[in-house]
Design a protein around this ligand. Structure first.
Ligand code: HPA
Length: 270
């Protein structure tokens, strides 16, 4: 049995396949997390809607540590996280899925570690490859079985938000090698790595980046574009959960923090 989590971003609030899952409020050292838990295709599946009920939590206020700790406490091994993004790359247009393989972190105010010398010792995670290659390969294998337009590589730029970018920021991010821009993969991907889980993201392009887009950006545009892609996203989520083959890739996600005694739910021994 695989132990899988889906973290649903903007527009992914209650996938049909996960209807009837049990709602659990999980107490964590960092606050509570709301998780829907159930079984699907013989696998344990946990679902978190990242922005809360009714999209009530902005990106910089999401309790990323509580969410990731709660998923770890359920024994989660693999995480597929969905993210709505603006595109900096003319080849990545609305409705395209991007299986990102690298990341640029431009967040400013977020708590971005479990290993802060308090509950867990000071530690430094290897983040050479921010996304798990095994999970990426499974996602790519699932996407290949569909007619969804997708890209096997892309660099995700994470901004602080909640505002959208300026045109100059978008130009800068593109020059730095960014392909898509969103507001939530940091510190989510970092914390998942520290918690020694296999994490990858699928970004759905909802708009061209500020200044590339001919019209001002709006949240409504993001939600409307996500609504057009939701059937495709639900198809991918279901086939990822059903995909029980081994990935033809290797990773070191599960032992990332070995040097610092590993990730421990119970914290440091006093
Ligand atoms: N910028 C940042 N986050 C986003 C965007 C964007 O253009 N579109 C969807 N999420």
């Amino acid at each position: 049995m695989r132990k899988i989590a889906i973290i649903g971003g903007s527009g992914v609030y209650n996938p049909e396949a996960l209807a009837g899952f049990e709602k659990k409020i999980i107490d964590t050292p960092y606050g509570q997390a709301l998780v829907n838990v159930g079984m699907l295709y013989g696998n344990q599946v946990a679902f978190i809607t990242r922005h809360g009920v009714g999209h009530s939590v902005p990106p910089h206020k999401i309790n990323y540590r509580a969410n990731i700790w709660a998923l770890k406490s359920l024994g989660t091994e693999e995480i597929l996280a969905t993210t709505a993004v603006g595109s900096l790359n003319p080849e990545m247009t609305a409705g395209h899925f991007v299986v990102c393989n690298d990341l640029l972190d431009f967040t400013k105010s977020r708590i971005n570690t479990f290993f802060d010398g308090e509950r867990l010792p000071v530690g430094h995670a290897d983040f050479t490859h921010p996304y798990c290659e095994k999970v990426r390969q499974k996602i790519i294998a699932c996407l290949k079985q569909t007619d969804i337009a997708f890209h096997t590589h892309g660099t995700y730029v994470c901004t602080e938000g909640p505002r959208f970018e300026s045109a100059a920021e978008v130009r800068m991010f593109a020059r730095l090698g960014g392909d898509v821009v969103g507001m939530t993969n940091c510190p989510e991907s970092v914390l998942a790595r520290e918690a020694e889980m296999h994490y990858s993201t699928v970004s759905i392009v909802t708009n061209m980046g500020a200044g590339i887009s001919k019209t001002p950006l709006s949240h409504q545009e993001v939600i409307d574009a996500m609504a057009k892609s939701i059937k495709n996203m639900e198809k991918l989520i279901s086939s990822f959960i059903a995909y029980n083959e081994d990935a033809k890739a290797s990773c070191t996600c599960a032992t990332t923090m070995q040097e610092f005694g590993g990730f421990k739910l119970e914290g440091m021994k006093k």
